[in-house]
Design a protein around this ligand. Structure first.
Ligand SMILES: [Fe+2]
Length: 376
């Protein structure tokens, strides 16, 4: 059985992610690449076994079983292809033109958030009017402010009927590259090492204030009406952005309006590698400006089976407490899925069964993140 060394676990604890070299065999890589190559135009490859085998038949599964625990073998995968492109004029979900966002048009975000298509003309009206229009622009149309609303990314506006949780959650990402991404600027997934600790601390602070977690909870408005399109998604609250910039410790680049953004670290990998990332890690795709081919990352969303032993997780949903299209799932009496997910969001290593010794040893070395200055 292959397992992480204690040194690797320490790295995972502090950085929030780790790259595992050579854990996917050449045969598996080649089969995955061949499957993508022979895809018909527009074909959905998310259920292709040649791709799900990159986790199910590789060294990734035994490693994850040891460090995290049991999970449903993914039956589907996000086929994360980013074509080569120069900077573009369109407004990204952050509300800025793609070409104006630093660090290869990053869209750094917390996972599991409601998203709709960003207006491509500056939005008109009051913030309240823009809010109502945005939440009505998803696939279900205008339902008002309700937990039945889902985004164009299928994420519910709120996970729970009481509207106290607006972040979907799972336990780990696994990212398996099928092309060479060892040089920056070819569309890599990027993260902020240590950012998981900052985001988890914010979730915990929110929970302590009001029991609500995510956008529309304490210190986290959902939209920013002052971005160039007046309809930016706030994917990370201002207080978290500031802490991330502090953590990185260099002068940040800015958008033309002078707003600073934390510099992400591109995950450099090559075929055969896999990255494991904790759910709370702020992350983003990036522009494939300098690649010689499309960037191909197979992205799996894994949840520890203990969260909801009776539910099967597919590997693509970032909100598995609800159905893929936001359907309400049934839970037995006494099983509050949203309370369990709040617990997991605010105690991020609890579902990492093989990390417990390292967490106990290393937690003492962590600096607490102070949000006491943030307006509720
Ligand atoms: Fe994401």
């Amino acid at each position: 059985m292959i397992t992480l060394t204690d040194e690797q676990k320490r790295q995972l604890f502090h950085d929030g992610y780790i790259v595992l070299k050579g854990v996917v065999s050449d045969d598996l890589v080649e089969a995955g690449q061949a499957r993508i190559k022979k895809a018909q135009k527009g074909e959905n490859l998310s259920g292709a076994t040649e791709l799900t085998d990159l986790v199910n038949a590789s060294g990734v599964t035994p490693i994850l079983n040891e460090v995290m625990g049991q999970f449903d073998p993914p039956s589907r995968v996000q086929v994360g292809v980013i074509k080569q492109s120069g900077p573009k004029d369109f407004y990204s979900p952050l509300g800025y033109r793609e070409r104006d966002l630093p660090y290869f048009g990053h869209g750094m975000h917390a996972e599991g958030l409601f998203t709709v298509g960003p207006p491509q003309q500056p939005a008109e009206g009051t913030p309240d009017e823009i809010y109502k229009r945005l939440i009505a622009s998803g696939p279900r149309g205008d339902l008002g402010r309700s937990a039945d609303v889902i985004g164009s990314n299928t994420d519910p506006l709120f996970q729970d009927p009481d509207m106290t949780l607006s972040v979907g959650s799972f336990t780990a990402f696994v990212i398996v590259p099928l092309n060479d991404q060892r040089t920056e600027g070819c569309g890599q997934t990027a993260v902020i090492p240590g950012g998981h600790h900052i985001l988890e601390s914010f979730y915990r602070w929110q929970y302590e204030q009001s029991g609500c977690i995510g956008p529309e909870g304490p210190g986290w408005p959902r939209f920013d009406y002052e971005t160039p399109n007046r309809a930016g998604h706030i994917y990370l609250p201002r207080a978290v952005q500031e802490k991330l910039i502090e953590l990185i410790g260099e002068t940040p680049e800015t958008t033309p309006d002078g707003r600073p953004w934390p510099r992400p670290t591109q995950i450099l990998m090559e075929p055969g590698d896999a990255a494991i990332t904790i759910f709370q890690m702020p992350h983003t795709g990036t522009r494939n400006e300098f690649g010689t081919e499309s960037r191909k990352n197979m992205i799996f969303r894994i949840r520890n089976k203990s969260r909801q032993p009776d539910k099967v997780v597919s590997g693509v949903s970032d909100h598995p407490d609800r159905g893929q299209m936001g359907e309400w799932l049934e839970y037995e009496p006494g099983n509050d899925p949203f309370a369990r997910s709040k617990q997991a969001l605010t105690h991020m290593w609890q579902e990492w069964e093989g990390m417990q010794d390292i967490v106990a040893q290393e937690s003492a070395n962590l600096t607490p993140v102070d949000y006491s200055h943030v307006d509720v």
